[in-house]
Design a protein around this ligand. Sequence first.
Ligand code: AMP
Length: 186
Amino acid sequence: MTTTEAASPELRTLLLSRIRDVQDYPRPGVVFKDITPLLADPVAFNALVDAFAALCRRHAATKVVGLEARGFILAAPAAARAHLGFVPVRKAGKLPGNTHSQSYDLEYGSAELEVQTDAFAANDRVLVIDDVLATGGTAEASVALVRRAGATVAGVAVLMELGFLAGRDRLAKSLSGAPLDALITI
Ligand code: AMP
């Protein structure tokens, strides 16, 4: 698995300056990484989309998956910039037609993600994009869904990895050699 930060020092500084820490949100003890200032800054947002599009090319992706909801905002423009199609992975009950479902554990309880069964061709290589990698459960479930839908996982790419939660270690087994790129690791 890739272990280096995928962003240059200049890009890292720019992106970090536009991510706001919100203490105790959505519950006490959590520091929420708010990316809305980054999305509102055309220079930073454009640089972020460029960086994700470059990862699409580096990993020879043929499709891009975005994870509901903030992952959609990052993955869809990256897919378009790399001239690739976009596939949404959504929370249970949101996608019409036949879907694969994958449940995963949260701190309290569990959640379920879905993808449409016909989302990929058999030879598709899929880059999964999300905003934050925390415990890795969301990314792990998404990787499982891509495989169950018959495609190959080209990698997982996130804007920010929270290194202290060891999501990378949790993901390592399910990625089985595919790269995990974090533009920023804290
Ligand atoms: P996890 O499954 O624990 O890796 O959590 C990742 C998902 O939860 C991503 O889709 C993030 O958008 C969201 N998330 C988890 N922790 C944070 C955080 N501290 N700030 C912002 N989003 C977070």
